[in-house]
Write a protein that binds this ligand. Structure first.
Ligand SMILES: [Ca+2]
Length: 269
C-alpha cells in the first residue's frame, strides 16, 4: 500500500512539473540566449566619426555621423576606411540613423524632427520630411523603414510618405528594453544597439520579444584607455547580404569589426 501511495505521489509530481512547464512555455517566456561571437576581420574606422548610422550596400559601407557641426553622410571603402564621398549637414542638424530604400538614402536627425532623402549615387538631397519623436536608429525591412527614438518602441514608417504605420514595443524577460539605438534588419531579425551598453539585442519583429543578446564587452575599445564609457559607445551595425558578413563599430572607434555570431539560426520569413 505504502509503495502504491509513493508511486502515485511520484506520478502526481511528474504531472505537476509537466503542467508548470506547459504554462511557462505557453506564456511565451522563451529563454533569451546569450550568443558568443568571433572576430573574423578588423578594418580601420575614422576615429573622428561619431557613428550614428551604418549600412552596407553594393560593396561599400555607408555611414551617418552625428554632433552639431560635424554631422555627415559618407560612402566608405571598407578595406582601408577611405571616404569616397561625403556631404556635411548644416550645423543646426545632429545626424542620426541612415537606411537605403530603392536607390535613395534616408537620414534622420536627433531632436530636429527632420529627415533627409538623398540620391544614393550623387548624395543630392531629394526631399525632406518631418516626424514627431526624436530620431535615433533607422533600417529597412524591405517593406517599411523601422526607426528607433531612444525608447523601447520602434516605429514602422511607410518608405514613400514617411507616415507611421505601426509600433513595436521591445520587451525582454526583465521588461522594456529602453534606449534602442542603431538598427539593422537581417534575415527576419532586428539587430539593435542599446545605448550605453555593450550589448547588441536581437529582436523578433513579429512580437517585439528579445530573442537573444550578444555581449561585446571583450572588444579592445571597451578596455582601452581612450574609452569614455558614456560617449564612445558601441553603435553601428551593417550587413552585407551578398557575403553574409556582419560588421559592427562604435562612436569614435578606430576599428570596424567583422564578427560572426555563433550558433545563431536565422529566422527566415
Ligand atoms: Ca545599421
Amino acid at each position: 500500500m505504502a509503495v502504491k501511495i509513493l508511486y502515485l505521489k511520484r506520478v502526481s509530481l511528474l504531472v505537476l512539473v509537466f503542467l508548470i512547464c506547459l504554462v511557462h512555455y505557453g506564456s511565451g517566456q522563451q529563454a533569451e540566449k546569450f550568443y558568443d561571437y568571433r572576430i573574423k576581420a578588423v578594418y580601420p574606422h575614422d576615429s573622428q566619426a561619431f557613428t550614428q548610422g551604418l549600412f552596407f550596400y553594393d560593396g561599400y559601407l555607408y555611414e551617418g555621423t552625428g554632433l552639431y557641426g560635424a554631422s555627415s553622410l559618407r560612402k566608405v571603402r571598407l578595406e582601408d576606411g577611405l571616404i569616397l564621398q561625403q556631404i556635411d549637414l548644416s550645423a543646426q542638424y545632429f545626424g542620426e540613423g541612415i537606411a537605403v530604400v530603392n536607390d535613395k538614402i534616408v537620414q534622420l536627425t536627433w531632436k530636429e524632427q527632420r529627415g533627409f532623402v538623398y540620391d544614393l549615387d550623387t548624395f543630392t538631397e531629394i526631399e525632406k520630411f518631418t516626424f514627431s519623436t526624436e530620431g535615433w536608429g533607422l533600417t529597412y525591412d524591405g517593406q517599411y523603414l523601422i526607426m528607433s527614438d531612444g525608447s523601447a518602441q520602434l516605429t514602422y514608417l511607410e518608405p514613400d510618405t514617411f507616415e507611421p504605420v505601426k509600433h513595436l514595443t521591445v520587451t525582454s524577460k526583465h521588461g522594456l528594453v529602453e534606449r534602442l539605438n542603431e538598427l539593422e534588419y537581417i534575415n527576419g531579425v532586428i539587430y539593435a544597439n542599446v545605448w550605453q551598453t555593450q550589448n547588441i539585442v536581437l529582436i523578433d519583429p513579429d512580437n517585439g520579444r528579445v530573442m537573444g543578446w550578444v555581449d561585446l564587452s571583450e572588444l579592445p575599445e571597451f578596455t582601452a584607455e581612450h574609452c569614455f564609457p558614456t560617449i564612445d559607445v558601441l553603435n553601428g551595425i551593417a550587413y552585407d547580404a551578398s557575403t553574409d558578413s556582419l560588421y559592427i563599430t562604435g562612436k569614435l572607434w578606430p576599428n570596424i569589426y567583422q564578427i560572426e555570431i555563433l550558433g545563431l539560426t536565422h529566422k527566415y520569413h
